[in-house]
Design a protein around this ligand. Structure first.
Ligand SMILES: Cc1cc2nc3c(=O)[nH]c(=O)nc-3n(C[C@H](O)[C@H](O)[C@H](O)COP(=O)(O)OP(=O)(O)OC[C@H]3O[C@@H](n4cnc5c(N)ncnc54)[C@H](O)[C@@H]3O)c2cc1C
Length: 383
């Protein structure tokens, strides 16, 4: 028996980060329990588009690309393992990512994107207007060219969450839903996690993985994690399968083709706190952008719209690691626009770290107490 076998780890939050970390901890011999205030896998992790590449990776430090690459490398094994265990396909597949360019684009990513691709060895093709239209027949004739990354993948995240939930059930990892955490008391090298219903859980270690709620929850624990919700709305279209071939990404909207002809159009970036619900104005804006970029989709049926809260960190990067001065308290949150891409790597890293392994690389860019970067110095296009 290893020293940490049976370690009781309370994971706060049953999103993709909490669920995959729990699975990984279980495989390493720990005894995790997920505490979820609502239903597991129904917040950002369900709502997201499942693009397995940062929206504009060249805007981040190189350490972030490495974190993404380490995580993406785990997707083949993870999706095969989940399929074998649960029979659920997460529809992990390579559809490629195409960024089209138009004369009146506000931001031109061309040179930065090529430099980043060369630096990290990501295959990229430069297409002229005719080649772009041949790849994507719904795209506007106004397009002047595009960049295509043929190896970029996607996953259908509701299925990923369903498979992870099922796998947790098979492994008998407790997922306690309707169990809102309201505080934490430390005592004798362990924690009492307090719940809103008056109950509590004893744990050796605690992992804060509460997505957008991690900021306010951290304050209840005496921490100052600057994680805030950034609302994103998505519109679901339906056309014949194969009308859109790649993920198409423009600063005004992206389109993600699913295998059955559904096309996700996303996503707004709204700092409106925890205001739920979709709005006509944003849906109209997303549709207008879609019809401008890909007029061929005007005939597609509008099926549904939804929203989710991205766990926004000021610099767009996650907080990963231990909390200084609080032995046994860990954070894996603030994954912002990239939590689905980063989830397998986060789960692997955090579970090993919690079980006593030393991380294989320098993770100081993601440390919990790093200085807060001013928002206006971060170069994200405000889509
Ligand atoms: C519209 C949209 C599009 C996106 N597109 C992509 C994409 O294409 N690719 C990509 O990689 N990422 C994408 N993302 C981002 C990605 O979805 C998130 O980064 C990721 O899901 C975060 O996972 P999480 O587990 O941290 O958070 P969540 O999924 O939000 O899970 C956190 C959980 O914690 C629970 N919780 C909160 N407070 C408490 C408490 N006090 N007690 C107990 N439980 C609590 C919540 O109920 C929730 O279930 C997108 C997000 C949105 C909204």
């Amino acid at each position: 028996m290893k020293q940490n076998d049976g370690k009781r780890v309370a994971i706060i939050g049953g999103g993709v980060i909490g669920c995959l970390t729990a699975l990984s901890l279980h495989r390493l011999g720990a005894a995790p329990v997920i505490l979820e205030k609502g239903s597991a896998g129904r917040e950002a992790s369900w709502a997201g588009a499942g693009i397995l590449c940062p929206i504009h990776p060249w805007l981040y430090p190189d350490s972030f690309t490495r974190l993404i690459e380490d995580s993406l490398a785990l997707y083949p094994e993870l999706s095969a393992m989940l399929l074998e265990m649960t029979g659920i396909s997460v529809q992990w597949r390579t559809t490629g990512l195409l960024i089209p360019f138009f004369e009146d684009d506000r931001i031109h990513h061309h040179d930065d994107a090529l430099a980043w691709s060369a630096r990290f060895g990501w295959r990229v093709e430069e297409l002229d207007a005719a080649q772009t239209c041949a790849h994507e027949p719904t795209i506007s004739a106004q397009v002047s060219g595009s960049l295509l990354w043929p190896d970029v993948g996607q996953v259908r995240n509701p299925r990923l969450l369903a498979a992870a939930r099922q796998a947790l059930k098979i492994c008998r990892v407790p997922v306690r839903e309707q169990s809102e955490v309201i505080g934490l008391d430390a005592h004798n090298n362990a924690y009492t996690v307090r719940l809103a219903d008056g109950g509590s859980i004893e744990a050796d270690d605690v992992l804060l993985a509460a997505g957008s709620w991690s900021g306010e929850l951290s304050r209840l624990m005496g921490l100052q994690l600057p994680v805030e919700p950034v609302k994103g709305q998505i519109v679901l279209l339906k056309d014949e399968p194969g009308r859109v071939n790649h993920i198409i990404k423009h600063d005004d909207a992206y389109m993600v083709p699913r295998v059955d002809g559904h096309i996700l159009v996303g996503a707004s970036m709204e700092r409106v706190g925890f205001q739920t619900g979709t709005t006509d104005a944003v849906v109209d804006q997303l549709l207008a952008a879609t019809y401008r970029i890909t007029p061929g989709l005007k005939r597609a049926q509008i099926v549904q719209q939804w929203m989710g809260f991205r766990p926004g960190s000021p610099d767009g990067m996650p907080y990963l690691g231990p909390v200084d001065g609080r032995p046994g308290l860990w954070v894996a949150s603030g994954h912002y626009r990239n939590g689905v891409a980063l989830a397998p790597g986060t789960a692997d890293l955090m579970s090993r770290w919690i079980m006593g392994e030393t991380p294989p690389s320098d993770l100081s860019d993601f440390r919990v107490n790093r200085p807060v970067v001013e928002k206006d110095k971060v170069g994200f296009p405000a889509v």
